[in-house]
Design a protein around this ligand. Sequence first.
Ligand SMILES: Nc1ncnc2c1ncn2[C@@H]1O[C@H](COP(=O)(O)OP(=O)(O)OP(=O)(O)O)[C@@H](O)[C@H]1O
Ligand SMILES: [Mg+2]
Length: 337
Amino acid sequence: MWAVESTPVNILAIESSCDDTAVAILQNGNILCNLVASQKIHAAWGGVVPELASRAHQQNIVPLVDAALKQSNIKKEQLSAIAFTSGPGLIGSLLVGVSFAKSFAMGLNIPIIEVNHMQAHIMAHFIDKPFPPFPFLCLTVSGGHTMITKVNDYFDSELIGKTTDDAAGEAFDKAAKILNLPYPGGPMIDQFAKDGNPKAFVFPQPNIPNYDYSFSGLKTAYLYFVQNHVKANPHFIEENLSDICASIQYSIIHHLLKKLLRAADDFEIKEIAIAGGVSANTGLRNAIEELGIKNDWNTYIPKFEYCTDNAAMIAITAYHKYMIGDFAHQSVSPHAR
Ligand SMILES: Nc1ncnc2c1ncn2[C@@H]1O[C@H](COP(=O)(O)OP(=O)(O)OP(=O)(O)O)[C@@H](O)[C@H]1O
Ligand SMILES: [Mg+2]
């Protein structure tokens, strides 16, 4: 058992679950440095290629850790613990971060802290004040997940609703691909939607019970809509790009917020947060703020850099685990789900 020492608590955190190699350093709950090496190589393939991702993590991880320590003015001997994402994610990518963290910690004779990537997306709300008070509802929308969680405490939460098929981020990326926009498409849709009319085209809203989500029907309806219009007019996409982006973005956001609104009413919770890569979307950020004003909610939206994959969210989760002495064993292994 590792003894929890008095301050300063310096944690090196590593995130390598997908195609971003990220390293952060935290001191006593404050982020000193948050670095991300994004892998551009996947754009040429229209999506993340797992084997290329793990190779790129191997190339990036040592120089990135080195840069983070230098920028934070922390020597490796001053580290209290090393944290890493253990899952969910691409197994080869995770393996690079987990192996690096375990061996570095073993060399320094310090503990390791295992962090769940999805929990970390929610914990990103405890990086900068104001922190949401418990209990709060968090809509987590990312490339692989879409879910509503009732967060009762740092490590006590209930899953209330989730997607039954695709994730919202996937829907954004597929919508962009159908318009021949480059990967990752979510930010492109966001950019073009700013000049478009969200009511220009109407797509059928998913009909799914409770607080669950579904994006596959919407995606298919949108695909046929684009294909049919392109058949009739080969320039349909170029001529209507902003309106198409604004309309599909509106449909996705409408579905997301309808369920969130229902959950907030049913659970009588007015502390509402969003997390995950899609929470970087301007339309979603504006819509949730408007909904908050209308419904007297306190809304919590992370900074852009803490929405998409980053190691600061791993560091803050690890800090709270460190404070309760929740360390992992060296036999820990990554898990895809
Ligand atoms: N401005 C934006 N508008 C819409 N979508 C966005 C925006 N920025 C990022 N995204 C989407 O967010 C997703 C990436 O988010 P994130 O990095 O959290 O996902 P992930 O880590 O791949 O998946 P998960 O967290 O579920 O394991 C992508 O689908 C991307 O298109
Ligand atoms: Mg993520």
